[in-house]
Design a binder for this molecule. Structure first.
Ligand SMILES: Cc1ncc(COP(=O)(O)O)c(C=O)c1O
Length: 366
């Protein structure tokens, strides 16, 4: 039967988000032993969930017949205390993707413009298009965000600017001076979203200081995630920090219970578990070195990355798909990134030492 619904053009034009292939799906399709599959496709924490947090999650299960605290009072308090913020500046999200979407839903109307970089995280374009607004993609400069070109792309219709720092899938980082100069140059009527999903992986001297910039730039929104170093991707929790009046507008259209009870408890515990974050960063640093050494031995070009993943180049699109399928058949899931206009590249997340070793071994024998 033909469905006779008139779908708006701006929805019809959206390319759905393509996530990393789930382990179970790959095992089922390729008839592989699930326990032997190495998934390095979604920038998850290979250490899993911190034991401390796991305990809290199990304890929290006894209360799930109740709705969660829709205001996330205790989680906001924990974030505010840790980063010396006012809780009214904080908005909680079902993952930081929810924050990105809330920005679009709160501030964009059809025909507005939102700027982001070529090769930037795919969700920016999705949430902008879903509002019938226009995504303005600024050419990257050797995979890096080109903030001078961003500035030139600003028009009277620009309402939002998305910056990923570090960016996924390129792993590039913008230095603080450049970012600050940019923020100073942007009209205060434009919201600048600074997406810091991977900040925990940065060395101390590179870590963001953007929370301390919020007072000077009331149009700045910083988003953070519990999916990466915190190891809670499956629970879906993230947050944004901005001027309290913007947070208040976003709160008006947020789903009342967008962050579930267990996620709130887990995130609070995780914020207090600095040791786990340190361990995650250490494993990531070591894994990054291991992969880079492996790529260099194989003469494979890669883009130096500040995240928990790295993108590497094959001869062309055909070669990258050949490598992708070869790895998949051998139980290693990585991520093709043709949808990021990088068809000859694959992205691999940093895993545990043995996982990285398996990946490199399989890569070497294509
Ligand atoms: C740059 C960037 N921002 C945001 C996200 C969204 O993460 P989550 O919604 O799990 O917090 C991701 C996830 O891959 C990402 O790479």
């Amino acid at each position: 039967m033909i469905v006779n619904i008139n779908v708006p053009n701006h929805i019809g034009e959206i390319e759905p988000y393509q996530g990393g292939r789930p382990i179970k799906e790959v095992a089922r399709e390729l008839n592989l032993d699930e326990s032997k599959i190495v998934k390095l496709a979604s920038n998850e924490n290979p250490l899993g969930v911190s034991p401390r947090v796991k305990k809290i999650i199990l304890k929290g299960l006894k209360d799930i017949e109740r709705y969660p605290d829709g205001n996330g009072y205790y989680l906001k308090q924990a974030i505010a205390t840790k980063f010396k913020l006012n809780d009214k500046q904080i908005i909680l999200g079902n993952g930081s993707n929810d924050i990105l979407e809330l920005v679009a839903r709160t501030f964009l109307i059809p025909n507005d413009e939102a700027i982001f970089s070529e090769h930037a995280f795919a969700v920016y374009e999705l949430v902008v298009k879903a509002m019938g607004a226009r995504g303005v993609e600024v050419k990257a400069n050797n995979f890096e965000h080109d903030l001078d070109a961003f500035e030139k792309a600003i028009t009277s219709k620009t309402k939002v600017i998305f910056i990923a720092n570090p960016n996924n899938p390129t792993g590039t980082l913008i230095n603080k001076k450049k970012l600050r100069d940019f923020l100073s140059a942007v009209p205060k009527s434009i919201i600048v979203v600074l997406d810091e999903a991977y900040d925990e992986y940065l060395d101390d001297n590179l870590k963001s200081e953007a929370f301390s910039w919020l007072e000077q730039y009331p149009n700045l929104l910083v988003s953070r995630s519990f999916s990466k170093a915190h190891g809670l991707a499956g629970l879906r929790v993230g947050y944004g920090v901005t001027h309290k009046s913007l947070a208040e507008y976003m709160n008006r259209i947020r789903q009342p219970f967008n962050v579930n009870q267990i996620a709130q408890l887990a995130a609070i515990e995780s914020l207090a578990d600095d040791d786990f974050i340190k361990r995650s960063k250490k494993i990531n640093d070591a894994g990054m070195k291991q992969l880079i050494t492996g790529f260099e031995k194989l003469n494979i070009i890669y883009i130096p990355s500040y995240g928990n993943f790295i993108s590497f180049k094959l001869r062309d699109e055909q070669a990258s798909m050949m490598y992708y399928h070869h790895l998949l058949k051998n139980g290693v899931i990585v991520r093709p990134i043709a949808n990021y206009k990088m068809p000859s590249y694959l992205r691999v997340s940093i895993g545990l030492k043995d996982e990285n070793k398996i990946f490199l071994e399989k890569l070497a024998c294509v």
